[in-house]
Design a protein around this ligand. Structure first.
Ligand code: ADP
Length: 200
């Protein structure tokens, strides 16, 4: 993609992040959930957002479905498109970050390279990697959206875990092993780990 030459960033002129964080009485962070389809990212994110709201924290969930239906509706699932998908999401998250808002991102983000791209754009100190660790057998059993069935039938190509790779993160900040846990228990793991990081 060609770099724009005639752009004039105004980041130094608009009210800064610190002012907005003070206003919201929170520290903004990007909580980046990674894991297989059906591992529990969106379920945990939605419940987490409710728990945060109860405690006075202002957040926004970004997930594959709302982003791919809109800003990224021209992208598919090839290696190149997956990377562009994540690049745009990371840039959007950065705008939220500068606005003092906590984003809870739910994206399969299957490779170290993809997650590192997001981390580089967002900045390591604001990027909290959460691995929703659910074995493929369980995700496939749940098959929330019927996608595993379709992938097994050869109707979806490049489906993560079936015919596209998933590299488990080795240095995640938070790991949630969902097997034998309720949704509430999974949410508590994330909540307890992030509260100290977002409290102003
Ligand atoms: P993803 O966003 O990762 O694709 P979803 O959140 O859409 O996954 O689906 C996960 C499914 O697994 C939901 O139906 C959820 O109710 C179920 N589930 C069962 N146990 C858990 C748990 N401990 N944590 C999160 N989800 C769970």
């Amino acid at each position: 993609m060609k770099k724009q030459e005639n752009i004039f960033p105004i980041f130094d002129k608009i009210a800064g992040r610190t002012e907005k964080e003070q206003f919201l009485n929170q520290k903004s962070k990007v909580i980046w959930m990674t894991g297989l389809s059906g591992s529990g990212k969106t379920t945990i994110a939605i419940a987490l957002e409710k728990e945060l709201l109860k405690r006075g924290f202002f957040s926004q969930v970004l997930d594959g479905d709302n982003v791919r239906a809109g800003i990224n509706n021209n992208l598919g699932f090839s290696e190149e498109d997956r990377l562009e998908n994540i690049r745009r999401i990371a840039e959007v998250s950065k705008l939220f970050l500068n606005c003092g808002i906590i984003t809870i991102n739910c994206f399969v983000s299957p490779t170290n390279a993809i997650r590192n791209t997001a981390k580089e754009i967002i900045g390591a100190s604001d990027f909290i990697e959460v691995f929703i660790d659910t074995p493929i057998e369980i995700c496939e059993q749940r098959d929330v959206k019927g996608l595993y069935k379709k992938a097994r039938a050869g109707k979806i190509k490049d489906f993560t875990g079936i015919n596209a790779p998933f590299e488990a993160p080795t240095h995640a900040d938070i790991v949630v092993v969902t097997k034998n846990k309720t949704v509430e228990e999974s949410v508590t793991v994330v909540l307890n780990a992030i509260l100290p990081l977002i409290t102003y």
